[in-house]
Ligand binder design. Structure first.
Ligand code: GLU
Length: 509
């Protein structure tokens, strides 16, 4: 049997990185096994449908370079791949289950169910539509054939519920968790088909996995409670032979390790939990995304792969091809894996360091253009070479080097206090003259000139370099001073020294 796996998100909002990891693991597994990776949109719950979410999912996969072989927009032999376009398919399976006595029609109104729930609650219990109560409620099991028919004919809305078998022990194998035993007596009679004419997630999911010949279901741990129902459905439909193998991936935990990483955590804790920025269509609330925060998709894919899977070696940096080669489900753990935002940053830094100065300069030039700055590519490449080790995000390119493109507008007060002394202006004047005559104007010659001055005047290099840096960049940061001076060029360096001395005249020493 060939390997066919699917990522089956519901378009109820932006894709959480946990969902993205599920997609990634499915993709890696499919590639490794020379199988097929399918994207299926599970949108039968109209009440939870969010406009734009499907496009967001597709765009996220594209950004991460996780292409699907079959799916919406792309098509494939089992099209359509959006459940709302497959509506006509599901009813016959629900009917088959009713005919074989594995499901029944339930006429209880939502209000009635709510009342049962409230009553149970007031007695300190929880209401569950199951074997203990189904014979007391308003359904085709209690009403009999004639009355059921009559209710149907008079247009009374109903749902179709699965009739959970009594007192069975169900043993299911999970590729990550091993054998799991479920007691059917604890399960409720889930709705399979709703009054609105659409199947629920459970029925549509099973039917489509079956029709699309899915061989392995790889999904998040949150779906483990649904597993017994899904297995029972395969049995009841007489399709146990075609039942896929199941693998439930461990949860991604908050950085504290306490509890599941939720959609709300990210912006609260200062890191994105979504691949792309998302604007809620109803509230207008914006959630940050990895892409917009300056992460490279390769870095995101790499750190996600190591959340829950371990390669069995110390290797941390993996290209997508290397991940495909190394991936196996038996190296996926059961325990939740803690999300570490520091590590995510580290990955990004590593991937940025892998890029050549030329590639980084290209990106930087377009960022500069966005700011209305036209810069010489040769100069930008040199600047990139000076700052590349300090870059974690592409946006840091500007933060670490803006002073090459725009003179200081202010001088950092803490640095001024620390380095601008009584003789600083005089020394700076001397250096100005010195630099004016330095030729060629390169780091070695400049260094030599400053050193000679220091020796001749018995002035420490710190007393020369620190105030000079302050005048040129506005603070105590940046790469090596002689590199800054060289790249600024003679004219600009002298100009900044003159302006700076003037600006700092009024400083109280
Ligand atoms: N539609 C489900 C979701 O939103 C799919 C779960 C599954 O993969 O079976 O995640």
């Amino acid at each position: 049997m060939s390997v066919r796996v699917r990522f089956a998100p519901s378009p109820t909002g932006p894709l959480h990185i946990g969902g993205l990891r599920t997609a990634l693991f499915n993709y890696l597994f499919a590639r490794k096994q020379k199988g097929t990776f399918i994207l299926r949109i599970e949108d039968t719950d109209q009440s939870r449908y969010v406009a734009g979410a499907e496009d967001y999912i597709i765009e996220s996969l594209k950004w991460c370079n996780i292409p699907y072989d079959e799916g919406p927009l792309k098509g494939g032999p089992y099209a359509p791949y959006r459940q709302s376009d497959r509506k006509v398919i599901y009813r016959q399976y629900a009917d088959q289950l009713v005919d074989s006595g594995n499901a029944y029609l339930a006429f209880d109104t939502p209000e009635e169910i709510e009342n049962y729930r409230k009553k149970a609650e007031s007695e300190g219990k929880t209401f569950q539509y199951d074997i203990s109560v189904r014979h007391k409620l308003k359904n085709s099991l209690t009403l009999g054939e004639a009355e059921t028919k009559q209710l149907i004919n008079s247009g009374i809305p109903y749902v179709i519920r699965f009739k959970i078998p009594e007192n069975e022990q169900l043993h299911v194998n999970d590729l990550i968790r091993g054998s799991i035993t479920f007691q059917t007596s604890l399960l409720d009679d889930k709705v399979l088909f709703k009054a609105d004419g659409l199947p629920t997630y459970h029925l549509a999911n099973i039917v489509d996995d079956y029709l699309m010949k899915i061989s392995h279901v790889i999904r998040g741990e949150e779906w483990l409670p649904s597993l017994p129902l899904h297995v029972l459905l395969y049995h009841a439909l007489g399709r146990e032979k075609q039942m896929p193998q199941f693998a439930h991936l461990p949860l991604i935990l908050k950085p504290s390790g306490q509890g599941k990483l939720s959609k709300r955590d990210g912006d609260k804790m200062g890191f994105p939990v979504f691949p792309l920025q998302w604007t809620d269509p109803e509230t207008g609330e914006v959630s940050s995304g990895y892409r917009e925060s300056g992460y490279l998709p390769e870095a995101v894919v790499n750190f996600l792969a190591l959340l829950g899977w371990n390669p069995g070696s110390d290797q941390e940096i993996f290209s997508l091809d290397e991940l495909v080669e190394a991936f196996s489900l038996d190296r996926v753990g059961k325990a939740g894996s803690r999300f570490d935002p520091e590590k995510a940053r580290w990955y990004n830094q590593q991937y940025i360091r892998q890029q050549s100065n030329e590639v980084l300069a290209d990106t930087f030039i377009s960022l500069l253009n966005q700011r209305g700055i036209q810069a010489d590519p040769g100069k930008v490449e040199k600047i990139v070479g000076l700052i590349r080790e300090r870059i974690v995000f592409m946006s840091d390119l500007w933060d670490q080097s803006y002073f090459f493109f725009t003179p200081p507008e202010e001088y950092d007060p803490a640095t001024v206090k620390k380095v601008w002394k009584e003789d600083s202006a005089m020394i700076a004047e001397d250096i100005k003259k010195l630099l004016n005559h330095t030729d060629p104007f390169n780091p070695e010659e400049i260094e030599k000139a400053l050193k000679d001055y220091s020796d001749k005047n018995q002035t420490g290099m710190g007393k020369i370099m620190n105030p000079l840096r302050l005048l040129l960049v506005g603070g105590s940061f940046g790469p090596h001073l002689t590199d800054i001076i060289t790249l600024l060029g003679k004219e600009e360096t002298l100009r900044r020294i003159t302006i700076g001395i003037h600006a700092l005249k009024s400083v109280n020493l």
